[in-house]
Ligand binder design. Structure first.
Ligand code: NAP
Length: 281
């Protein structure tokens, strides 16, 4: 997918457009710092212009909004995102509303949430579920007519995942069930999934007996668990018990790997989409 992106970038560059992404990071959350670095590196490798704006954790909401206003007006920046989570004294909703919907490559502005929900292709699809959809399609897994069970209903993953799989078009047309923390007998539901997508942030929550034989399992979760045998003292595991589930599933994504690299790739796609659409405005 990155190679395909390269040819589109060349076409844009021939028209004098270099897509640009700005990432705003407030504070020093270690995981956020890693994600922001990875996004910057991916932009560099792909040939996109990128800027990372770092604000101290005590930065005020007004200071953050001023940075967003500046980026909204910057012609070199086609896409921007504010890395979440934000420090508690900043109102996340107000911040996400301030991002120009035409530059909102995370797809968190209500305008894009609405567009994605009604299947308007000019809307920005949140990168993680967009990546999951592409992962399915490009692995030859057509969701059409399949029962997709999504565990987790966050605005970042679960809800937009459901919207994408419900759409009447390629990568959609699934029958979608969404489970969350109040769902009863969750294993009885996950066992019915032809496609099982798990995004809850609970290490190895989905065990082998919760997976239907032959299902396709997408593990979105990224969790640190203690592992004294490693120098770092921890290792990353998903929300699915990989060793158990792989014996039952037809296909399964690993953690790390799998969904994570797709998320970054789709962010690049969204930035290129933003640059293309900016030219069309
Ligand atoms: P989140 O905002 O914390 O949402 C978690 C969701 O899981 C909520 O809807 C919650 O239900 C549900 N949930 C929690 N415990 C549950 C349980 N025991 N049974 C059923 N549902 C349960 O998390 P998120 O942002 O969606 O992220 C989920 C995971 O994906 C995390 O591990 C995160 O690190 C990972 N992630 C990975 C990527 C990537 O690129 N690889 C991107 C984003 C997120 P309620 O709504 O009822 O509380």
């Amino acid at each position: 997918m990155r190679a395909e992106l390269a040819s589109e970038l060349e076409r844009l560059k021939a028209r004098g457009v270099t897509p640009g992404l700005a990432v705003v990071l407030v504070g020093d959350n270690p995981a956020s710092q890693v994600y922001v670095r990875m996004k910057g590196r991916a932009c560099g490798e792909a040939g996109l212009h990128h800027e990372t704006i770092r604000l101290p954790k005590q930065a005020t909401e007004a200071e953050l909004l001023a940075v967003i206003d500046r980026l909204n007006g910057d012609p070199r920046i086609h896409g921007m995102l504010v890395q979440l989570p934000l420090p508690q004294h900043i109102d996340e909703h107000r911040v996400l509303l301030r991002v120009d919907p035409g530059k909102d490559v995370d797809g968190f502005h209500p305008s894009n949430v609405g567009k994605v929900s009604i299947g308007d292709p000019t809307g920005f699809r949140p990168a993680t579920p967009y990546g999951v959809q592409q992962l399915l399609l490009r692995s030859g897994v057509d969701p059409t007519g399949q029962h997709a069970v999504i565990v987790g209903r966050s605005n970042i993953v679960g809800r937009p995942m459901a919207a994408l799989l419900l759409q009447n078009g390629p990568g959609g047309n699934a029958t979608v069930t969404v489970c969350h923390s109040r769902t009863r007998s969750i294993g009885a539901i996950t066992c019915q999934a032809d496609i099982l997508i798990v995004a809850i942030g609970k290490p190895q929550f989905v065990t082998g007996d919760m997976v239907k034989p032959g299902a396709v399992v997408i593990d979105v979760g990224v969790n640190r668990v203690d592992d004294p045998s490693l120098k770092s003292g921890y290792r990353l595991v998903g929300d699915v018990h990989f060793e158990q589930a792989r014996r039952v599933a037809a296909a399964i994504t690993p953690v790390p790997g799998g969904v994570g690299p797709m998320t970054i790739t789709m962010l690049l796609y969204n930035t290129v989409q933003a640059a293309r659409q900016w030219g069309d405005r």
